[in-house]
Design a protein around this ligand. Sequence first.
Ligand SMILES: Nc1ncnc2c1ncn2[C@@H]1O[C@H](COP(=O)(O)OP(=O)(O)OP(=O)(O)O)[C@@H](O)[C@H]1O
Length: 320
Amino acid sequence: MTVTDVRQHGDGAALFADHVARRFGSVRAVADASIRVHPGQVTALVGPNGSGKTTLLLMLAGLLAPDAGVVRVAGLDPAHDGARARRLLGWMPDVFGTWDSLTAREVLTTVAAAYRISAPEAASRADELLAVVHLTEYADVPAHVLSRGQKQRLGLARALVHRPRALLLDEPASGLDPRSRVDLRHLVRELAAAGTAVLISSHVLAELDELVDDAVFLDRGVTSSTNVAPTQGTTRWRLRTLDGAALAAWAASVGLPLAVDADARPPVDGGADAIVTLPDERAAAALLRDAVAAGVPVSSLAPAGGALEQAYLSLEAERR
Ligand SMILES: Nc1ncnc2c1ncn2[C@@H]1O[C@H](COP(=O)(O)OP(=O)(O)OP(=O)(O)O)[C@@H](O)[C@H]1O
């Protein structure tokens, strides 16, 4: 297969964007974005506010045409094969939208009808999905009565009505309580295990760490070169001691560089927090053993932030 063929057919990816760009007047919302999500894969689309995440998702969903570049959904071009591409795709926008007069159940059966799912099948699919997102008791309540988090859950159910092969989730966890976030994680992993490709946009990295297989970072409309796996093993560790002077003296004696931990909550009187950079968990265990043996009162040593957060910060540092 030639490079042109790969671009034209999407490289076997369920979701594929290659050097995609999109402007709004003078604003370059997406400048050069490339992404691949294969069946069964969960990928995070991570970037600061205004970096172009929603714009990129809208292009993948076929709701916005790119000015340049190639978008494919399971090999189909949403611009020319819109109906077939949409049939394969589930889209959960960051806000639920105006479906206010319909009940939760009607929202789902209406979407099912749009996908030409028969009425009996639509009714049973709606019941099934309302149970999945824990909204069964709200089935016959108008959607506008639902809370923000409940609307989010209904939005997720709506995206799943037609059993899509690829799923685009824009900030799906915003407004969800902790229980619903855990449920969302389990549901997304189940969908992926069944072969669905999932792309999740978020700037809340902590909740993505356990969920995603890899991540694409977007900054000012430009993706990092390709999908990157969250770094395995943690490099930055937060060390807290009850005696800052003892820690400083021991670190100096063994040549261990300590960095100030700007994010730490204030330590107890005389105590201190420091960031140490370590290659892996074995090094962390050794450091803890040696510090305690040298009489440093260490009260905790833990990874400073998740793997995704660290990958994101190191990428940001490289770009400065
Ligand atoms: N319809 C539009 N018209 C004009 N500018 C737009 C439009 N949509 C997005 N933009 C601009 O494009 C840039 C990227 O916006 P986008 O919504 O894609 O970012 P985002 O990464 O999803 O942000 P957030 O994390 O805040 O949701 C922003 O500067 C935004 O103001």
